[in-house]
Ligand binder design. Sequence first.
Ligand code: TRP
Length: 457
Amino acid sequence: MALASESRHGLWSGRWLFVLAAAGSAVGLGNIWKFPYIAGENGGGAFVLIYLVCVAAVGIPIMMSEVMLGRAGRASPINAMRTLSAKANASKLWSYVGWMGVAAGFLILSYYTVIAGWALNYVWLTVQGAFEGISSDSAARVYADLLADPLQMIMWQTIFVALTIWIVGKGVTKGLEMAVRIFMPVLFVLLIVLLVYGFNSSGFDQGLAFMFDLKFDAVTPQTWLIALGQAFFTLSLAMGAMMAYGAYVPEGTNIGSTVVVIALLDTVVAVSAGLAIFPIVFANGLEPSQGPGLMFVTLPLAFGQLPLGAVFGTVFFVLVSFAAITSAISLMEPALAYLVEEYNAKRKRVAVSLGVICWALGLGTVFSFNIWAESYIVGELNYFGFIDYVSQNIMLPLGGMFIAIFAVWVVPKDILKKQLGLRKGWQTLLWKFVGGVVAPLGVLAVFVSIILPLFVG
Ligand code: TRP
C-alpha cells in the first residue's frame, strides 16, 4: 500500500497558506493573554529566555514530528497514526496517541471558547467606551460582574462557538484558509499599531526592561515547567492540531524550515504582545504581575486613562478575538477530520454536532466561575481547573512525548528521510538526537516533576 499524496479533505493552496494557518493556530490566547502574565509572574526576561530554549529544543522538533506524521499519513491524527504504525509493523496501540490528542483538543476547545467569549464581550464594551476614565475598582468590577453572570458568558460563548462551526464547516480552502487569509494579516497590522502606541507611551523603557532584564533570582525549577507547558500550548502541540494541518501540506514543502518560520512568528507575536501591553501598564503606574486579570482588568483600566484609549482598547480586543478564532478552528479540525473519514459524514453536520457537544462541555467552565466555583472535583480543582489541568499538564506532555518517539524511532526510515528531506548523515543524527532524545526526555522530566508530587505528597 503506497501512501497517499493528498488528503480527502483537500490541501493548502501553497506553503505560505500553511504557514498562515499554522501560525493562526499557534497565535492565540496563549500568546496574548497567557504569555505576558506568565512572564510577568516568573521573572520577566529570565523567563523569556528559558521559554525560548524550550521552543527551540522541544517545541520545534515536536512540531516537525507532527507535521511530518500528518503529511505522511494524509489523514486525521487517529487515522494517520493508524496507517503509519501499520506501515512500520508497530503496535496498534499507537493510534491511541491520536485518540488522546483528539480528546485533549476537544477539552481545550470547550474552555477556550468561553474565554474567547470574554474577549468578544470586551470588544463590545470598549467600542462603547465603557472604560474611559474608569477607576481601578470599577474596572475590577466589570470583570467580576461578567464572571458572576452565567447567562452573559453563555451568550458570548455561543456566538464564538457558532463562528467556529461556521468556518470549520466550510472546509479547508473555503473555511480555514479563508479565515486565516483575512484574520492573520489584520492581526499583524493591529499588533504593529499597538506596538507603535506602546512605543510612544511613557512606560516603554520600563516595559522593555521588564521583558528583557534577566532577573535570574526569580528562576526556580518550577519556572522550567511553566515555560515548557507554555511552549506546548502556544505552539498548539501534542494534540494533533499540527498533525491535522500537516495532512494538508503539499508534497514539495520543506517541513524543517517551514516549522522554524511558524515557531518564530508565534514567538514574535508573544513578545510583541508583551511589548504592547507592559508599556501601557507601566505608563499608568500599574503592576504587571496580576495573573489572568492582566488582560481583563489592568489593561482596560490602562487604556481608559490614555488618549484615544477607547479606540486602541477596541483594536486590542479585536486582535485577541481574531487570534482566538484562528486557534479554535485548529482545535476542532482533528476530531472533525476523523469523524468525516470514519463515517463518511458531511463536514457541516459534523461541525455542528461537535460544536454543540463542545458548547455543552463549556457550560461547566462557565459555571466554574460562579455557581460551581467551589464544587471541587479533586483537591482544589473545580471543573474548569480540572479539565485545564488534565488537558494541559497531563495529556499534552504525554502526547508530545509519544509523538516525538513515534516520529523518530518507529516510523520507517524511508518515509522519515523523504518527509524531512534528510540527505546527509549529520542531519539524520541531529534529528535523532534533538527529536528522539532531547525533546522526549525534556518532556519526561517535566511530566515526572508535575506528576510525582501528586503521589509523594
Ligand atoms: N496555540 C493556541 C494559543 O496559544 C491554542 C491552541 C490551539 C492549542 N490549538 C492547540 C493549544 C492545540 C494546545 C493544543 O492560544
